[in-house]
Design a protein around this ligand. Structure first.
Ligand code: COA
Ligand code: MG
Length: 289
């Protein structure tokens, strides 16, 4: 999974367009992109879309972003969409492992009601949207076998912090959001799930998106959220291991295979030890999927 495209759940036009966008996953949104008066309509069109497009043989994964636990809207969201067998639910404003356990229980009850296998519905969490959540980033590991990825957000956090901006004039995230990004990355690694980088809202700026995606890949993120179809090709390209990266990884794996007892090898005048082997194996696993 490299690219995940947000699609407002109340827009049949965008739901239609999203099908051919090339994203690895679609995140049908019932939360921030839907006005309060349109939640019910969005639930209905989301369910219809899941039922229809879910049947397609070749399709991206279908996720639904529900409203946060504290809103009181999440139960109606789940009641409406679980019958459409979404592959995962995205939980906004998650606050640590306890909120994942909470959602896990809500999902288990609905899976039973709809005759779905227990655990069918995975969870992807937005980990940094409240100030409190930052202090709970270390609590996701082991919360639920449903957990399939962690991502982060800067918009809700900047509102909660009372900030004037979250990026500098050159478009780089400011310190509070760089901290949030790092906490998400560490939380994902600790939980052994993919780290998914946040959205790039300046959707006409291709160079800016590419730079941010490359920085994310460099640091260990393996995917990025998108808000516009034009962002998908760039994100997919950045997060697909290049032929050069694959060749390098294969060389490292081969060098260790040739010396089974070795903790460290030299290739072309450079030292490679066990962490390099682990990284090479991760690259090859991503190249295969
Ligand atoms: N999914 C599917 N299709 C989309 C899309 C999306 N996220 N964003 C845009 N499109 C479609 C548009 O419908 C349009 O197609 P059309 O002209 O044939 O109707 C085409 O792509 C080009 O869109 P464009 O005119 O460049 O943008 P816009 O002004 O229509 O939309 C946004 C801009 C930001 C409103 C829109 O991209 C959007 O809704 N993004 C998702 C927002 C969201 O879900 N936010 C919550 C998470 S942060
Ligand atoms: Mg939000």
């Amino acid at each position: 999974m490299r690219s995940l495209l947000f699609v407002p759940g109340d827009s049949p036009r965008k739901l239609e367009k999203a099908q051919g966008a090339g994203a690895d996953a679609l995140i049908i949104d019932l939360e921030d992109s839907i006005a309060p008066a349109r939640k019910a309509e969005a639930r209905a069109s989301t369910l219809a879309f899941l039922k229809e497009f879910g049947q397609a043989v070749e399709r991206p994964r279908l996720f639904v972003r529900v409203n946060a636990i504290a809103t009181g809207l999440i139960d109606a969201d789940l009641d409406a969409v679980l019958a459409g067998r979404p592959d995962a639910i995205m939980l906004p404003k998650a606050e640590g492992g306890a909120s994942i356990v909470h959602l896990d229980a809500k999902l288990a009850a609905r899976e039973a009601l709809h005759g779905l296998p227990d655990g069918h519905t995975r969870i992807v969490a937005l980990t940094t949207e409240t100030a409190k959540a930052l202090f709970l980033a270390g609590t996701y590991a082991g919360a639920s076998a449903r957990l399939a990825g962690l991502t982060w957000g800067a918009e809700d956090l900047s509102a909660e912090l009372g900030a004037e901006a979250n990026r500098d004039a050159a478009g780089h995230f400011l310190d509070p959001y760089r901290l949030a990004r790092c906490l998400c990355l560490a939380a994902a690694a600790a939980s052994q799930v993919p780290a998914i980088d946040t959205v790039y809202v300046d959707f006409r700026n291709e160079a800016g998106l590419r730079r941010e995606a490359e920085e994310a890949r460099r640091d260990g993120f393996t995917a990025k959220l998108a808000i516009h179809p034009a962002q998908i090709a760039i994100i997919n390209a950045v997060f697909t291991p290049t032929a050069e990266a694959i060749a390098r990884a294969k060389a490292v794996v081969a060098a260790f295979a040739a010396e089974p007892g070795a903790g460290v090898v030299g290739i072309g005048g450079v030292m490679y030890d066990r962490p390099h082997l682990a990284r090479a194996q991760q690259v090859l696993a991503r190249a295969q999927s």
